[in-house]
Design a protein around this ligand. Structure first.
Ligand code: SAM
Length: 481
């Protein structure tokens, strides 16, 4: 093992470099005059404090994964509105933290974590829900929903822009919830699922005013015309979303912007034109979240977080879902799995995990909890290319080559052979280097850090093959010191 040891120092860490650039930038940036004028109208005397706050460093916050303990949050300041949310004293280089790669936490802007409280208040039942996150990439709210939703629920995370689906899938794989599935459609492509979902989140693409402090590009892209364009696009997305909500179900709308056109005016339109009932949320005054006419606004000068707007609605009318399920997962061109292979797969999963499996033409085996099969067959029938199930692996003869998705899943068996790696060894593994494990058993091994799975290795005796997917490899240069 000694040959593997190395002391790591960060060379040109991208996160750190970006931070330095951002800090310098912010002290010199000018807000667009039309934006300042509209915020002056909105905030009155408060505007100068708002403007000063935008020139300060944004807080850094993370949300822990309750299904994957491994991060020590002792001594950290909690985010008041989320039981798993914490502020970090400064921005670390997350890439160098194996717990981050294992899905132990998600780096999420604090204000947006308030959706957890909104959901707790608006959906007190603990019945299984069908949940749709319509604008999901990179997956922050989807991971929040996955951890929040009652047992037995299904979450479909949709991202229309294909190039953003990879990061969404990867983040959801890391999070490990087996009841979360992805797809990539325009909101209008869901029209055969009218009335299907109990909860639809529209975290809409917006003008991003609330991110001005965190993301300088948002300032460059801002213009009054862009705000108009965003507002119109949001209405199109919302009009499609409203129809998908089951009678009695809930629509949650959010943006990371401040202007009325994209926020309360769209919320008013949902209440008046789309006939949704708008819901009041009870928020402690000390949280510093401002009530608007329909929704709620987080401002960076009132709380430790960025600009964020949200509004919650009940569908009191709507049409109940009346679709038919597919007979089998036809859209994936899949076939059922041989009984012997099904039995073999059971050994890789937790004994409480009751899954069904299908096999794609390329032999990849996909799976999902059996109690969600009927819902997944409805989705398969209704969506042009169905949805992506979770990857288990592929059989080569009798042997399974396990997938990364399986390694990260919280449904994986806890009894599989595993090797605990310290931080340095974990980083070697995450750089996809081969590591030496003279004392480890032969065959498939889980690489673990603090008991959390990082991926697969195969010990052949004379060498260990590293099965981390190429796309997951840490590319940052880490220098041995
Ligand atoms: N919910 C995500 C999270 O918490 O990580 C952030 C979502 S971001 C604010 C909005 C998303 O909507 C982007 O990923 C964007 O690609 C997507 N989007 C852009 N145009 C869209 C459209 N016309 N319909 C639906 N989604 C769209």
């Amino acid at each position: 093992m000694a040959q593997n040891r190395a002391i790591f120092t960060l060379k040109n860490g991208r996160d750190a470099a970006r931070r330095t650039a951002r800090t310098t930038y912010y002290l010199t940036v000018n807000l667009p005059p039309a934006f300042s004028a509209s915020m002056q109208t909105q905030l009155g005397a408060d505007f100068s404090l708002f403007e000063k706050t935008l020139a300060t460093e944004p807080p850094v916050s993370i949300r822990l994964n309750p299904a994957k303990r491994g991060y020590d949050a002792a001594g950290l300041a909690p985010v008041p509105w989320h039981p798993e949310g914490y502020y970090l004293p400064e921005r670390p280089v997350f890439t160098l933290d194996p717990v981050f790669h294992a899905g132990g936490y998600y780096v999420q802007e604090a204000s947006s974590m308030v959706l957890h409280e909104v959901l707790d208040q608006c959906v007190p039942s603990k019945y299984p829900l069908r949940v749709l996150d319509l604008c999901a990439a990179p997956g922050g709210k989807s991971t929040l929903l996955a951890s929040w939703m009652p047992e037995g629920s299904l979450l479909l995370a949709n991202e229309v822009i294909r190039s953003r689906v990879t990061v969404l899938k990867e983040n959801l794989e890391r999070w490990g919830s087996p009841d979360t599935f992805t797809c990539s459609y325009d909101p209008e492509a869901f029209s055969k699922l009218n009335g299907f979902f109990d909860l639809v989140l529209v975290d809409a693409p917006c003008s991003g005013e609330g991110l001005f402090r965190k993301d300088p590009d948002a300032i460059q892209e801002w213009s009054p015309e862009h705000v108009q364009l965003c507002s119109a696009r949001q209405r199109r997305i919302l009009a499609a979303a409203v129809k998908l909500v089951a009678p009695g179900g809930m629509l949650l709308y959010s943006t990371c912007t401040y202007n009325e056109l994209e926020n309360d005016q769209n919320a008013q339109w949902l209440a008046e034109n789309q006939k949704l009932t708008h819901l009041d949320i009870d928020l402690p005054t000390e949280w510093g979240i401002n009530a608007r006419d329909y929704g709620y606004q987080c401002y960076p000068h009132h709380l430790r977080g960025e600009g964020f707007y949200f509004a919650a609605f009940r569908q009191t009318r709507g049409v109940p879902f009346s679709g038919k399920p597919a007979r089998y997962m036809d859209k994936l061109k899949s076939k059922s799995l041989h009984k012997r292979e099904e039995a073999a797969l059971a050994d890789w999963l937790d004994e409480d995990a009751d899954f069904f499996f299908v096999q794609r033409p390329d032999d990849t085996v996909l799976g999902a909890p059996r109690h969600l099969k009927e819902d997944l067959l409805f989705l398969d029938a209704a969506l042009p290319q169905g949805v992506w199930l979770r990857e288990m692996g592929a059989f080569k003869g009798k042997d399974l080559i396990p997938a990364q998705d399986l390694a990260m899943s919280t449904a994986i068996s806890a009894d599989l052979p595993a090797v605990e790696l310290d931080r340095e060894m974990s980083l070697l593994f995450l750089k996809k280097e081969s590591i030496l494990l003279p004392e480890a058993p032969k065959g498939w091994l889980l690489a673990q850090h603090r008991g959390l799975n990082l991926g697969w290795m195969k010990n052949l005796g004379n060498r260990v093959n590293n099965y981390l997917p190429k796309d997951w490899r840490i590319r940052m240069e880490i220098r041995e010191g």
